[in-house]
Design a protein around this ligand. Structure first.
Ligand code: BES
Ligand code: ZN
Length: 882
C-alpha cells in the first residue's frame, strides 16, 4: 500500500526517489507527545501518542508507520474539534503502515492532531523498544527496557512518520517503578505520580523537556536500574550510565574523552551542542557497536566501558574511536540529517572520518592516520573491488535493504572520499566548508550535493565536478603506469578482484588525483580525468603515485619499478602510508591477476627489515590473505607458505619481544602483541613455549600471567596446539571472566581448536543460552582459520538454517554476518555451486548483498589459484620453503 502512495506522489518523474517506499505527503508531523509504560512481567508496554500535524493537502486519511503494534484507539482532531473518534484503521503489514481514514475532509492549511493508544512488545530482538537484562548480585535476572530505532524501527516502538526528513519535536513521558532510572534524549522537565496502566497502584511518570526538531530514528528512551558517573568538564553535564552489575568506574575513560571531544567539536564546527545534557549508556544487549541518539548515546558494553588494567591498547583505541564517532554524529546526522537513506554515507562516512581526525588531535602519538591505510582504505578497496559492490549513493527502499548498506562502502569508502577531498582542499578549507554546511542546514535535511556546494563555497573550487563520480559510481580504478625516459604514461580502468572486467563495466572515468611523489616532494596539481595521459617527470629514477594513499585507487607498476620502490622504501624515501599502501596494492594486484603472485612474495620478503607497526600490519595481512586463499590446497604447499610466514615474521617478533613495561607506547604495545601472535600461530618454538608457560600459570591462578596485549594470541596458540584441557580453561573465561573484553577475547578464540569434538562444542555454544545473539559472530569467527572449521561451520549453518532464521530476524544485521562468516572463507568453484544450491529455494531477504559478495570473493580466489598456483609453488621451491 505504501508503495502505491510513493508511486502516486511522483507520477512519471524519473527522479531517483521514484523507487522509495515513502509515506503520502498530505500531512507533516510537527510534534509528538508520547507516553510509554513498560510491563516487565509480560514484556509488553502501554503507549499513547498525540501527533500534531500540519495539513498540506485536503485530507481524509492519514497514513503513518506502525510495525507489530496493537492499536486500540485512534482519534482525529482539528481546530479544537473532534473530526472522528473512531476512524477506520487499515494495517498494511508488508508496507509497515496504518492508514487512518475518516469521513470529513480536513482542509489544506489546517492544523490537526492524531491520538492513538497502543500496546507494543518489549521484544528480545534488539530493535524498536526492546528488553535487555543483566544479573543482579543475588543471581536473579534484572530487566531493562531500551531502544534502537535506526534505521526503521521507531515504527516498532510507536506509530510515527518514520522517515529521516520528517523531523518533529518530541515530548516524551516514561512511567515506571520508583527504583528505575528513566532517560530520554532531553533532560527531565517534571516528575509526578500517576495511576499505573499495567500494575495496580501508583508509579512515577517522568516527563522530559521538548526536543528540538529531529528525525524519528534518533529518538531514544531507557528504563532500568542504572548507576552513573558525571563530569562537569564540558558546558553541559556529561554522564556515563551502566547497569548496576558493572563497575561504573570503567566508564571514566569514555566520560572524560566525551567531555573533551564535545568541547572540541563545538569549537571546530562553530556550532554549540544544542541539548542540555549528554548521556552515554552501556546496554547489555545491543546489535550494533553504538548508536548516536541525540543526547542519549547507547553502546554495546565493550565499546564504552574499559578497565585499562585488564584491556590492551587496541581495545582502548576502539573505545575512543566509537565515542568520537557517535559524538560527531551529534552534528553530522543529528543536527543536519540526510534526506533519505541513500544519503546514509553522509552520516557514516563523515562520522568515521571525524573520529580519525579528532583521535589524531587528542592522541597524536597513536598516529591514527598512518593506520588509516590498513584500516578504512583497505576495507573500502576490498569490498569495492567486487562486482556486487554498490555506489556510495545507492537507492534503497525497504528496511531489509537499508540495513545492508551499513557497510564498508558507506563507512570506509565514504570516509575515504572525504579524506581525499580534505587533502585536495586542505584540512582548514575543508573544515570551513563543513562549518558552512552545518550552519546552513541546521535542523534540516540534505543531499550529497549540499555538502559539495558548501565545500565549493569555502574553497572557490568546483567540488561537485570532481566528487560526483566518486559517490554516484560503483568501484574505483587501477592506474597502470608505464615509463619513458622523461615521462610516465598512466591509464585508468575499473578494478575488479575477479579480473574479468567487461567493456560495459569499464565506462567510468574517475577524476584521479595523482599526487606524484619525487625527490622534490609531492606534486599536488596533477589529475587524470581522461582514460590515459602522459606526464613529464624530471627524474624517473625515483617516483611514486598516490603519495600517502589519499587517493581511492590501486597503482600497477612494472615489476622493475616495483623492485625500485622496494629499494626506495629501504632508503627512507617513502612515508609509512606509502610503504603500507604500496604493499597493499601489490598484494591486491597479484590476487586479481594484474601481477604474478611470486612478485608479492618477493616484495614481502624484501621488507624484513621494516621498522614500522603499520607496514608490518599490511605485510601480515597480505600473507594471510594469500594463505587463506590457499586453505583448500595441497598440504605441502600450505606448510611451505606457513614456513615462509614464520621466517618472515619471527626475527621481528623476537626483536620487539613480548614483555611489557609502563614505558611502552600505544603503538609499541600493539606491535609486540601482533608480532607475537603472528609468529606464534605459525609455530615459532619460543613463542609457543612462552604461550604455554603463561597459560599454565594463568590456569594455576595467576590472573596477571597473560598480558592483555597478548591474551588473544596466547589463547589462539594454545588452542591450536592443545586439546580439551586448554579448551575448557578458555571456555571458562569466555563464560565467566570479569570484564566483557576478557570474555569476548576468550569467546573469539575458541574456534581455533581443530578437533572435530571441540569444533562441535564451539558450534553448539554459538546458539546456546550462553552466547547472546549480539555475540554470535564471536565463537564462529575463528573457525575460519582452518579448513575443518570452515566445512563444519557451513554444514552447521545448513542443518540449522530454520532455527538461525528464527533466532536472527532478517531485518537485523546478524543473519547477514552469519551468512558472510559461514561462506566467505571458501575458495573453490564447487563451493560456489554448493552455496548457490542451498540458497536457491530460500529467501535471501536481509542478506542478499552479503551473499553475493561472498560468492564474488570465492570466485576471485578460485581464479587466483587457477592462475598462480604453479607460480607460487615455483617461488616456494626456489626459496627452499618447499
Ligand atoms: N549509526 C550507527 C549505528 C547503526 C548501525 C545503526 C547499523 C543501525 C544499523 C553508529 O553511528 C555506528 O556507526 N556505530 C558503529 C561504531 C563506529 C565506531 C564505527 C558500530 O555500530 O559498529
Ligand atoms: Zn555512525
Amino acid at each position: 500500500m505504501c508503495k502505491q502512495f510513493g508511486q502516486e506522489n511522483v507520477g512519471t518523474s524519473v527522479d531517483v526517489t521514484h523507487a522509495r517506499e515513502v509515506l503520502p505527503t498530505n500531512v507533516k508531523p510537527r510534534h509528538y507527545n508520547l507516553t510509554l509504560e513498560p510491563d516487565f512481567e509480560n514484556f509488553t508496554y502501554e503507549g499513547s501518542v498525540t501527533i500534531d500535524l500540519d495539513v498540506v493537502e485536503d485530507t481524509t486519511s492519514v497514513t503513518l508507520n506502525t510495525l507489530e503494534l496493537k492499536v486500540h484507539t485512534a482519534k482525529i482532531e482539528s481546530s479544537g474539534e473532534t473530526v472522528s473518534d473512531a476512524p477506520s484503521l487499515a494495517h498494511d503489514e508488508d508496507g509497515q503502515t496504518t492508514k487512518v481514514s475518516f469521513d470529513k475532509t480536513i482542509p489544506s492549511g489546517a492544523k490537526a492532531s492524531l491520538t492513538m493508544t497502543f500496546t507494543g512488545t518489549l521484544n528480545d530482538n534488539m530493535a524498536g523498544f526492546y528488553r535487555s537484562s543483566f544479573k543482579a548480585a543475588d543471581g536473579s535476572t534484572t530487566w531493562l527496557a531500551t531502544t534502537q530505532m535506526e534505521p526503521t524501527d521507531a515504527r516498532r516502538a510507536f506509530p510515527c512518520f518514520d522517515e529521516p526528513a520528517l523531523k518533529a519535536e518530541f515530548t516524551v513521558t516514561l512511567v515506571a517503578d520508583e527504583k528505575m532510572t528513566c532517560l530520554s534524549n532531553m533532560d527531565v522537565a517534571s516528575e509526578t505520580t500517576v495511576d499505573s496502566k499495567v500494575v495496580s497502584g501508583k508509579r512515577k511518570a517522568v516527563t522530559f523537556n521538548k526536543s528540538p526538531p529531529m528525525s524519528t530514528y534518533l529518538l531514544a528512551f531507557i528504563i532500568g536500574e542504572l548507576n552513573y558517573i558525571e563530569t562537569n568538564n564540558f558546558r553541559v553535564p556529561v554522564r556515563v550510565y551502566a547497569p548496576k552489575d558493572r563497575d561504573i568506574e570503567h566508564g571514566r575513560f569514555s566520560l572524560e574523552l566525551a567531555a573533551k571531544t564535545l568541547d572540541f567539536y563545538e569549537k571546530t564546527f562553530a556550532s554549540p551542542f544544542p541539548l542540555p545534557k549528554m548521556d552515554m549508556v552501556a546496554i547489555p544487549d545491543f546489535s550494533a557497536g553504538a548508536m548516536e541518539n541525540w543526547g542519549l548515546i547507547t553502546y554495546r558494553v565493550v565499546d564504552v566501558l574499559i578497565d585499562e588494567k585488564t584491556s590492551g591498547a587496541s581495545v582502548k583505541q576502539r573505545v575512543a574511536e566509537t565515542v568520537q564517532h557517535e559524538l560527531a554524529h551529534q552534528w553530522f546526522g543529528n543536527l543536519v540529517t540526510m534526506d533519505f537513506w541513500d544519503g546514509l554515507w553522509l552520516n557514516e562516512g563523515f562520522a568515521t572520518w571525524m573520529s580519525w581526525y579528532s583521535c589524531n588531535v587528542f592522541y597524536p602519538d597513536w598516529k591514527v592516520w598512518e593506520g588509516y591505510v590498513t584500516d578504512n582504505l583497505a576495507s573500502a578497496l576490498s569490498l569495492d573491488s567486487l562486482r556486487s559492490s554498490h555506489p556510495i549513493e545507492v537507492p534503497v527502499k525497504r528496511a531489509d535493504e537499508i540495513n545492508q548498506i551499513f557497510d564498508a562502502i558507506s563507512y570506509s569508502k565514504g570516509s575515504c572520499v572525504l579524506r581525499m577531498i580534505s587533502k585536495y582542499l586542505g584540512e582548514e578549507t575543508f573544515m570551513e566548508g563543513v562549518r558552512r554546511y552545518l550552519k546552513k542546514h541546521a535542523y534540516g535535511n540534505t543531499q550529497t550535493g549540499d555538502l559539495w556546494a558548501a565545500l565549493s563555497d569555502a574553497s572557490g573550487k568546483d567540488v561537485e565536478k570532481v566528487m560526483d563520480i566518486w559517490t554516484k559510481h560503483v568501484g574505483f580504478p587501477v592506474i597502470t603506469v608505464t615509463e619513458n625516459s622523461d615521462s610516465i604514461h598512466v591509464k585508468q580502468n575499473r578494478f575488479l578482484r575477479t579480473a574479468d572486467v567487461k567493456p560495459e563495466e569499464d565506462q567510468t572515468l574517475w577524476p584521479v588525483f595523482l599526487e606524484l611523489r619525487t625527490k622534490d616532494g609531492v606534486n599536488k596539481d596533477l589529475a587524470l580525468t581522461t582514460r590515459e595521459a602522459d606526464f613529464k617527470v624530471k627524474d624517473t629514477d625515483f617516483f611514486k603515485l598516490n603519495a600517502d594513499h589519499s587517493g581511492i585507487y590501486r597503482t600497477s607498476y612494472t615489476p622493475d619499478r616495483l623492485a625500485k620502490l622496494g629499494e626506495a622504501a629501504r632508503a627512507g624515501l617513502l612515508s609509512v602510508e606509502d610503504r603500507a599502501g604500496m604493499i597493499a596494492d601489490a598484494g591486491a594486484l597479484a590476487a586479481s591477476g594484474y601481477q604474478k603472485s611470486s612478485g608479492i612474495l618477493a616484495l614481502l620478503d624484501s621488507f624484513k627489515s621494516e621498522k614500522e607497526f603499520v607496514v608490518w600490519q599490511e605485510i601480515i595481512s597480505r600473507i594471510s590473505v594469500l594463505r587463506s586463499a590457499w586453505t583448500f590446497e595441497d598440504q605441502a604447499v600450505k606448510d611451505a607458505l606457513k614456513k615462509f610466514a614464520l621466517e618472515l615474521t619471527q626475527d621481528k617478533a623476537h626483536e620487539v619481544g613480548w614483555t611489557f613495561s609502563d614505558n611502552d607506547g600505544h603503538i609499541e604495545q600493539q606491535f609486540k602483541g601482533m608480532m607475537f601472535g603472528t609468529a606464534g600461530v605459525t609455530n615459532d618454538e619460543a613463542i609457543v613455549k612462552a604461550s604455554f608457560d603463561m597459560f599454565n600459570k594463568f590456569k594455576a591462578g595467576d590472573t596477571s600471567a597473560i598480558h592483555p596485549n597478548l591474551r588473544g594470541s596466547v589463547y589462539a596458540i594454545v588452542l591450536s596446539n592443545g586439546g580439551k584441557e586448554e579448551y575448557d580453561v578458555v571456555l571458562e573465561q569466555a563464560l565467566h571472566a570479569k570484564t566483557s573484553d576478557e570474555r569476548n577475547t576468550a569467546m573469539r578464540s575458541l574456534g581455533r581448536a581443530k578437533s572435530p569434538e571441540l569444533i562441535q562444542r564451539t558450534l553448539a555454544l554459538s546458539v546456546s543460552e550462553d552466547v547472546k545473539a549480539q555475540d554470535i559472530y564471536l565463537p564462529i569467527s575463528a573457525l575460519r582459520t582452518h579448513p575443518e572449521g570452515i566445512n563444519a561451520l557451513w554444514a552447521f549453518v545448513k542443518e540449522n538454517w530454520a532455527d538461525l532464521e528464527k533466532k536472527l530476524p532478517p531485518s537485523l544485521s546478524m543473519l547477514s554476518s552469519v551468512v558472510s562468516i559461514a561462506t566467505s572463507s571458501f575458495t573453490r568453484r564447487e563451493h560456489i555451486k554448493d552455496i548457490g544450491a542451498f540458497f536457491s529455494d530460500k529467501s535471501t531477504k536481509g542478506f542478499d548483498k552479503a551473499l553475493a559478495q561472498s560468492l564474488d570473493s570465492i570466485s576471485a580466489k578460485a581464479a587466483w589459484i587457477e592462475r598462480d598456483s604453479e607460480d607460487v609453488k615455483a617461488w616456494l621451491k626456489e626459496h627452499k620453503y618447499l
